[in-house]
Design a protein around this ligand. Structure first.
Ligand code: FAD
Length: 504
């Protein structure tokens, strides 16, 4: 294609992350022609999906379901691991619980019901899956035990996921256009019929029978963050891609789509205080700091401000970034002692992170930049004397090992911080993606402000609103993108075929 020559296709997918590639592959199954537009250069393709850890949350009833995804599991692995189960009802309950019952019931049921069959479909499309031994299992009585409903990741994480999806798309005849930024939708009385785009400094149009928007949220747009999430959000660090600047959402709203979901909400986590403004694919998720349930977090005043053990980290990490953003100076320090340091994830071992290690608490707190160390020492001493040491510590269950009579309690996994050496890590708010976006129905058709489907327009992934509010169960983002991406691809193909037959 010449950069400024208009062309036509059956299906045009905007974006080249997980949701987009699932949509493209599903559409190709009907034999229709598919073009994918990626704003980034080929080496930076794949959006947040490429930055992700590649963890997928799906309903499964036990090892037999997992074997369909990971046929390479050895008998020894199976015998030495307690993979548990995660029935559909648990997935639904988790969605309603963490979103304070705001999640859209029909979309949520679609997500949970089709999660297993969709991830099996991805496996059949050559996406390799492996157990998340490193981050989601602890050894108990000689056996690895999974916790928190999250068991499987794409081999090679987000990079592996995107490599596999792109390789399959290439084999299946999907056309990729890189450095191609969709700028507006072409629409008329019959609905959407293509997009305008910018490619390498030229503008042109691509005409399509169906358009699928899968080009992410608005987290990389600091003005939109501040406008919709609130003051101070321009100061958050973007964990992932710099390319998700809300284009898809804006383009759809411009033609009358319905804004939907938690527009002032986002998935935001503890992220290294000195991380760069945007993510980069070399460090990936290396700046995240999800180990706080094992220790405590203090702010600049030297005070604790959240219950670090309120729930498994899978159910709290996505909302604690926001809590840090509201602290003085928008930072906090995570503190651990020798008893738990060996349980922290690999990201705590990287040279990149802002870390302090000392043999005494006095020395440690004095080195923690920006913190009132006298108050911090008092906070730690008070915390230590409040820990119910009579309750055994067990990181694979909500062990109830709590504190007593603290203004800010710790409900589980409370361990005293008294055995040196001690470690402390400086964190700030890292935003992963935004929750507000477009309204779709269970066929992934974009809804307009009159609650009708916009003919020819489909959406999937981060730019869909209505699934996540306030919080998020880890691994649900990729799964939602895959489920609704696949549906969008199938429906868009059907629509294209109908349009073709009526135009003959
Ligand atoms: C560091 C990190 C770790 C994460 N780990 C996990 C995890 O383990 N499990 C999980 O479920 N979720 C995880 N997430 C969340 C997850 O990455 C997202 O929910 C998911 O990847 C969103 O997929 P998507 O396809 O909607 O968007 P993306 O993967 O972001 O894809 C959007 C695409 O659109 C392109 N684009 C944007 N604008 C335009 C335009 N105008 N024209 C053309 N192309 C455009 C982008 O370049 C990109 O290719 C993580 C997020 C981050 C940041």
């Amino acid at each position: 294609m010449k950069d400024d020559q208009p062309i036509s296709t059956d299906i045009l997918v905007v974006g080249a992350g997980n949701a987009a590639m699932c949509a493209a592959l599903a559409a190709r199954e009907s034999g229709v022609e598919v073009i994918v537009l990626e704003r980034a250069m080929e080496k930076d393709r794949g959006g947040n999906s490429a930055f992700s850890a590649g963890a997928f949350r799906f309903a499964y009833n036990g090892i037999e379901d997992l074997k369909t995804l990971m046929p390479g599991l050895t008998q020894e692995e199976i015998e030495n691991t307690d993979f548990g189960s995660y029935p559909e009802e648990h997935f639904i309950n988790d969605m309603f619980r963490v979103t304070q019952s705001r999640c859209h019931p029909e979309l949520t049921r679609k997500l949970t019901k089709e999660s297993l069959s969709t991830i099996q479909w991805m496996q059949a499309k050559n996406v390799p899956f492996v157990p998340i031994y490193g981050r989601q299992a602890f050894k108990v009585d000689g056996k690895l035990k999974f916790w928190g409903g999250l068991t499987v990741e794409a081999a090679g994480g987000g990079a592996g996921l995107m490599k596999a999806l792109h390789e399959t798309a290439n084999k299946e005849g999907v056309t990729m256009l890189y450095e191609a930024q969709a700028t507006s939708l072409l629409s008329g009385e019959q609905g959407v019929y293509g997009v305008s785009l910018k490619r390498r400094g030229k503008t042109t149009k691509i005409y399509a029978k169906s358009v699928i928007l899968a080009c992410g949220g608005f987290q990389a747009n600091s003005a939109m963050r501040t406008r919709f999430l609130g003051p101070g959000w321009e100061l958050a660090k973007v964990r992932g891609t710099r390319y998700n600047t809300g284009d898809g959402i804006r383009m759809a709203l411009d033609i009358g789509a319905m804004p939907y979901g938690h527009w002032s909400g986002s998935h935001s986590v503890c992220w290294d205080r000195n991380a760069p403004e945007f993510g980069n694919l070399t460090t990936g998720s290396g700046f995240q700091k999800h180990g706080y349930p094992l220790g405590i977090m203090v702010n600049a005043n030297g005070e604790r401000f959240i219950d670090e053990g309120a729930d498994f980290r899978n159910y709290t990490y996505a909302k604690y970034g926001r809590e840090i953003l509201t602290q003085p100076g928008q930072f906090a320090w995570q503190i651990f002692d020798r008893k738990v340091a060996h349980l922290l994830g690999n990201e705590y071992r990287s040279d990149l992170v802002t870390k302090i290690k000392s043999n005494t608490l006095e020395e440690l707190t004095a080195k923690m930049e920006g913190v009132n160390f006298e108050t911090c020492l008092k906070t730690i001493k008070k915390f230590n004397s409040a820990v119910r040491t009579d309750i055994p510590f067990n990181p694979t269950i909500k062990d109830g090992r709590c504190t007593v009579e603290l203004h800010v309690p710790k409900s589980n996994w409370a361990n005293t911080i008294e055995d040196g050496p001690f470690e402390a890590y400086a964190v700030t708010c890292g935003i992963s993606f935004t929750f507000g976006g477009l309204k779709i129905n269970s066929k992934a058709e974009v809804q307009d402000t009159g609650h009708n489907s916009i003919p020819g327009l489909y959406a999937a992934g981060e730019l869909v609103g209505g699934l996540f509010y306030f919080n998020y169960p880890g691994g649900a983002g990729l799964m939602a993108g895959s489920v609704f991406g696949r549906i969008a691809g199938e429906q868009a193909a059907e629509h294209a075929i109908r349009r073709k037959s009526t135009s003959k």
